[in-house]
Design a protein. Structure first.
Lengths: 162, 104
């Protein structure tokens, strides 16, 4: 019996008082204005986040010192209704071109001046598979601890911030 | 996030990780696991206890034996964290949309 453990995708939705065009624009062009500043991968403090407005575009963060760190790519660019981003951070919280977890965001008109934004972050099991592959490759302490340590740090930051 | 901390602690030990990985091919008893490792049964039991406390493995009685198996909810620590992350991020996003609407 060879069973793979697959965590269910993360699904979240939020309703905003704006038409889909506006909701899509704030999500993409305005991502630097709402993305939690506490969550960044570069060493430098986070300046902004950028999603290049096209399929195949980059999704990256820029630190206050000007360094850029890749988060992933734009897989689907269908304004104002649908966006699929690749979240390519490996278990050590670094960009990994071989790892693709997908974040799909749908913008569904809900009445005249409102939008339901539905987000799904899927393929999370690939993070675990990558962690295992890396562990076997380098035979070091591996990826899981690195990722989980970061989770723990981040969680305690959130706790102390709240 | 006690769960993620416990998962981190449990998987930081190489022997425990190996035991955990061994369970991926199916549930096993302490005796079966101990046969595959150069450590005593009490040591295996101790490792399983840590994995169980972290929510990574569960156990059930099967006749006179106790079978340990992987609990999929433990591995979902990643999911749980992302769940919380997207909660925070989408709340900030919604606030940004509403705020920008009021200004315009």
């Amino acid at each position: 019996m060879d069973q793979t453990i697959k965590p269910a995708p993360v699904r979240r939705s939020v309703r905003v008082s704006a038409p889909p065009e506006r909701a899509f624009e704030v999500f993409t062009a305005g991502i630097g204005r709402w993305w939690p500043k506490t969550h960044h991968i570069g060493k430098s403090e986070l300046d902004t986040l950028v999603i290049e407005p096209r399929a195949g575009g980059r999704w990256y963060e820029r630190g206050v010192d000007g360094t850029e760190c890749e988060v992933g790519k734009v897989l689907v660019w269908e304004p104002p209704s649908r966006l699929v981003l690749a979240w390519q951070l490996n278990p050590d919280w670094k960009f990994d071109p071989d790892l693709i977890t997908e974040v799909e965001v749908q913008f569904i008109a809900d009445g005249a001046n409102a939008t339901r934004v539905e987000l799904e972050h899927r393929n999370l099991e690939r993070m675990g598979e990558r962690a295992e592959a890396m562990r076997q490759q380098i035979d070091s302490s591996g990826g899981w601890p690195g990722l989980l340590e970061l989770f723990a740090q981040s969680a305690s930051q959130e706790r102390s911030a709240s | 996030m006690a769960n993620a901390n416990a998962v981190f602690a449990a998987l930081s030990d190489p022997t425990r990780r190996e035991i955990f990985e061994r369970l991926q091919s199916g549930g096993r008893s302490v005796g079966e696991i101990a046969r595959d490792f150069p450590i005593s049964r009490p040591a295996v039991s101790q490792h399983l206890k840590m994995l169980k406390q972290a929510g990574l493995v569960g156990d059930r009685a099967e006749g006179t034996r106790r079978i340990y198996y992987i609990d999929p909810h433990g591995l979902a620590a990643v999911r749980k964290w992302l769940d919380q992350f997207w909660d925070v991020a989408l709340a900030a996003y919604a606030a940004e949309v509403e705020g920008a609407e009021k200004e315009s």
